[in-house]
Design a protein around this ligand. Structure first.
Ligand SMILES: C[S@@+](CC[C@H](N)C(=O)[O-])C[C@H]1O[C@@H](n2cnc3c(N)ncnc32)[C@H](O)[C@@H]1O
Length: 300
């Protein structure tokens, strides 16, 4: 606990908001029911309507819990152990029987028992932008596509980037955890077009009877124009069935040419796309006549 100075608490600095799931969810947990309603409607309208869901980077499990509460079976994974601990704790024994959670990365998650089984996968609130290269993002999409049942969908929600933006963006939210008040300020700096990334900073100020914390987290998010996103989906053998915004309004699909940057893409494996997802280990190297070995001069 910080030492009080003349009756006031000294502010204590912390890093990494994902080490503090309760405060993270005080801000990002407010739309949970609406998000799961929306996902269920998408599943019925565009997908199989089936009961097996997958949440890559499931975090502290707010959406896992809500889906399990509705009788769905859920597989979730995340790299943060603190988030997973919180996710496990919140489930009732009956929900736990329908849920499988474990540590894994979006770039490499694989589970042979899930191949071709998943009815709906989803990854909302820009989490996909943590994948910091085209290769990592493509790997993730290919891996997830492989797990989808025929007709299953992957719902991916993230902010597109306006590369012409000249000012940083700022959002502020306020939440409450018991007696603690949480004020969240997120800044997205100017996009670096060539590096395909934006600097991000999140500040959570938590104040309560015995607490004054500043949890500050800095990272980079990968950037996507609409064209960059759709090219990536194509490369990963996915087609876009529909687009929405973070309003999660099923009756308001995004209009062609819309300037809204908050996007929810409804993706499905494209049957016309070549078998791009064959695991590297299973691919046969093409037989080629052995080339005579030659040393090559590399000019710089
Ligand atoms: C914005 S939170 C979203 C959590 C949850 N999906 C939700 O909607 O509440 C992002 C989560 O992504 C996780 N994460 C970030 N990079 C990851 C990666 N490469 N693989 C797996 N999880 C990752 C973080 O640990 C964090 O729990």
């Amino acid at each position: 606990m910080p030492t009080p100075v003349s009756g006031r608490l000294l502010m204590e600095k912390r890093t990494d908001w994902y080490e503090h799931p309760r405060y993270y969810e005080a801000i990002f947990g407010t739309d949970t029911v609406r998000e799961v309603d929306f996902l269920q409607t998408l599943s019925e309208r565009f997908g199989t309507g089936g009961k097996l869901w997958l949440e890559p980077a499931c975090g502290a499990g707010r959406l896992v819990e809500e889906a399990a509460r509705r009788g769905l079976r859920v597989v979730g994974y995340d790299i943060s152990e603190a988030m997973l601990v919180h996710a496990r704790k919140r489930l009732t024994p009956a929900q736990r029987r329908r849920v499988k959670l474990g540590p894994s990365r979006m770039e490499s998650f694989a589970d042979p028992s899930l191949e071709g089984q998943v009815d709906l996968a989803h990854c909302l609130v820009s989490t996909f932008r943590y994948l910091d290269s085209e290769a990592a993002a493509r790997q993730h999409l290919l891996g997830t596509r492989r797990l989808l049942k025929p007709g299953g969908i992957y719902v991916l929600g993230f902010h597109l980037t306006d590369y012409a933006r000249a000012r940083p963006e700022h959002e502020r939210w306020v939440g409450q955890v018991g007696e603690d008040r949480v004020v969240c300020n997120t800044n997205e700096g100017l996009p670096e077009r060539r590096a395909r990334r934006s600097p991000m900073r999140n500040r959570l100020r938590v104040t309560g009877p015995d607490k004054d914390w500043l949890i500050e987290t800095e990272w980079h998010f990968r950037t996507y124009s609409h064209a960059q996103a759709t090219k990536l989906f194509r490369d990963a053998g996915l087609r876009v069935l529909a687009g929405y915004t973070f309003d999660y309004d099923i009756d308001a699909p995004v209009e062609r040419g819309s300037l809204r940057l908050d996007r929810v893409f409804v993706l499905q494996a494209d049957p016309k796309s070549p078998a791009v997802d064959t695991p590297a280990s299973a691919r046969k190297a093409p037989r080629r006549p052995a080339a005579p070995s030659k040393s090559r001069k590399i000019s710089r």
